[in-house]
Structures are given as structure tokens and as C-alpha cells.
Design a protein. Sequence first.
Length: 376
Amino acid sequence: MPTNTLRRAAAPALITLLAGTLVGAGVLISGALSGPPGAPEAHARFSSADAALALAADHLRAGAPLEAVSVLDRATRQFPSDQRAHTNLAQALVLLDRPAEALPHYQRALLIGPDTAPLRFEAGTVANTAGDRASAVEHYKVATTLDQSNPQYPLFLGMVQLQLGDRPQATISLLRAIRLDPAIAEAWGTLAQMSLDENRVQSALEQARTARQLQPDVPRWRVLQARILRRDNRPEEAIELLQGLPQTQLLTGEALRTLAECHAMTGDTPAAAALYLRAAEAHPTDGPLLLEAAQWASRAGNRDDADRLARSALDAGQPKARALLQPLSEPQTSPPPAQPPAPAPSGATPPGTTPAETTPTQAATGAPRSAAAAHR
């Protein structure tokens, strides 16, 4: 799960949890700290763990997560056996995009107990965000054991197993999620991609259709189904399917690439080049896109567009465009004008030619004929 998504999910839960602690404990912020009058807050002791959580909640409401982290860090040191302090510190660190620092506090919270499925799931998601996929798998496995009714647990487990290359176990986990909730489109879509990777086209198509039926407004299922149709040598159907996307989504990423390739499969390379040209105009600073657009323009024989797009791609930091630009930019050279030939006897030919090779144009300019003209 992307970090931004995780942050958005964690923030309300954290604030609600801390706010609930504040209300439940009936603690006043002014009485949260104890110590000699005038003692700096950083060195004062909390009157209780509830008081520390309440103060952290106050900082969060004020939009000061760094101060909340500072409070919660001190709380874990003063109350090392309080699970809430460690869990809330971990969540606050996630809010600051510091998931790796949050993991030890999740581990400590789980050791303190209770060990619950939601906490395991949260720890697994943060571990995955931090790049520790092995730990994520272990947390998700425990979550699926503690609560065997929640389809999200085997779904996320299967996703991480797939990232680790364990396709058999990923398949088992995703199918388990579907058994718990047949309407879970993410599982169907992931299975479809796996089937496509294994070239099991018919299975992939059925699974992608199911995902799209469950979430008809999600563009990636439409794109996935189109890619499968392309693999099945059905480009016309794929084109029709993709043309149902909004233009803003059609002119980017996999949708753009798939539609262009399908046009080329039908022999309409100019349509593919025109599509990429529109995309390049919509995203004039996207270097990789400009490079692809130049390549398609070159294939379609659109020399001017190809040259312009290749230069733009080079300016946008795509050195591969240079190789494309060089042959496009070679000057069109022609031999220097020939001197008028000396008068020749009737029926004579210029030196080095034969009567069959001489044309009126050559006699005037000395320019060689093209290979195509030689065969006319």
C-alpha cells in the first residue's frame, strides 16, 4: 500500500484513539506534566500514561505531529510496559513517513500484548511500506490465524507473497480471500495478472472480466482486460474496450501503450503515432513519453514529428533520444552541380555509363537514379 494511502488511513484512527483516551481518562492537559515549577516540558515527567496520550492528542489536533512524537517517545520511556504508548508512537511515526522507525514499537506493543489481528495487520502493512516484506508476511499470517473471517488479511498476505516471488502461496492466499468475499475485485484482478504472466489467457480473461464487473469504474481492470485481449490476438476488441476510458486516463501509462500496440497490430501505425502525439502534447515534460512518441512517429514515417519529439525528449533528459535523433537529422546531401558536358557525337553516352543507364535528367544534372527508378 502506498505510504500516502497508509498515512490517510492511520491519521483518523490515531487521533480518534488518542481523543478517546483523553475523554475516557478525564485528564486535563494542564495537569499532564509534573515537576518543579518552570521545568522544561522535555524534562518533566507525566502524571500518568493517560496524561501523556492526552497531551499527544492535543499536539496532533494542533497540527504538530513532531511534538506528538516527542511526547509519545518520552511516554514509552516512562511507561515501557504500556502498549498504547508504543502503538501510538508507531502510528505517529507513520504519519511522518518514518515507517522503519515505527516497526520496533509495533514489535514491542505486540510483545506487551494483547496480540490482536488488527494490530498484526497494521504492523504488517507498515513493514511492507518500509520494505521489510518478510516481516510483513509473518504479521499477515498471524492476522489470518487470529481472525479467519476477514478477507483483507489473506488478500494483503497474497500481495506480499507475490512481491516476494512465492506465486503458489500467493495464489492460495488470494483464493482464500475470494472464498471469504467473492466480491473482492483486487483478488480477482491480481489472479488475472498472474494468469496472464503464465500465458493462461482464457483464465486471465475470465478473472479480469470478473474484476471489471465488480468495479466497472476502476480503469485498471479495463486496461488489464485489454492487455489480455491483445495477447489473445484480438486487437480490435481491445481498442473498443480502451476507447471507453476518459481521455485523461487513455493518454497515459499502460492504457496508452496498449492502445498504440493494438493499432499497430491492425496495421494502423499512423493511428498509434497520432495517439502518442496527443499524449506528448498533453504531457510536454514527460521525457519517457516524449521518447516513445518520437519512436512511434518514426515508425509511421512522420519525419518532422519524430525529429521534434526526439529533440524534446533529449531536452527532457532522455539520452536514448540522441540515437534516434541522429539518423533523423542527417542533412540531405546532393552532389555538386555537374559542368555542362562537352558536345558528344550523335548517339554517344556520357563516360562511365551505358545507354540503358542514361536518362534525360542525368544528361542534364549527372545525378544517379534511384533504385526504384532503375526498375521502372
